[in-house]
Design a protein around this ligand. Sequence first.
Ligand code: SF4
Length: 213
Amino acid sequence: MPLTVCEMFYSIQGESTLAGWPCFFIRLSGCNLRCSYCDTTYAYSEGRILSRGDILCQVEDCGSKIVEVTGGEPLLQTETVLLLNTLADRGYTVLLETNGSCSLKDVPQEVVKIMDLKCPSSGMSDYMDFKNLRYLGIKDQVKFVIQDSSDYEWAREKMAKHHIPVYTQVILSPAWQKMEARTLAEWMLADRLPARMQIQLHKYLWPDRERMV
Ligand code: SF4
């Protein structure tokens, strides 16, 4: 079955434990959420239909050893798991960025899962599937995008309640142009929070670019 692909591009990985590495991105179309701060609304419906083979050719042509499958929400398309499997089988370091609402049950073990837990100010926190936490290991990561102090408290509470830092990595990221990075860093330091603070590196590199970052 083909996949609907919004865009593919080579850029710098900006928001995971692999931030800073050059990476080939496959952005799949469609999303079941509508986050208040969404910066990829064009991925809701735009896209072209491509076979897995077409996508793999473009990955190969790029020459990157790191490949990220993102969206939208990539797990809405049934073929995505097959694409992830094929990329992993071919020896790529494969990252999956997912919005926390879709089951990770069938995602291959070797894929690095970057799972959002959407905080209240996103408007989407009721859609989070906390059962997904059982599929995360130490190479994977939970990401909280923080817009205000209520989001921060929510993230802190979920980290403690589900013991998240015990079995996976945690990233807190200030929402671009909405949350002062320094303020978030100070809250984390004051609380001795066992999490990594991260800015969206690609936004600092290309603040004027709306796509392909
Ligand atoms: S999950 Fe991602 S693509 Fe979907 S609405 Fe939220 S920010 Fe946008």
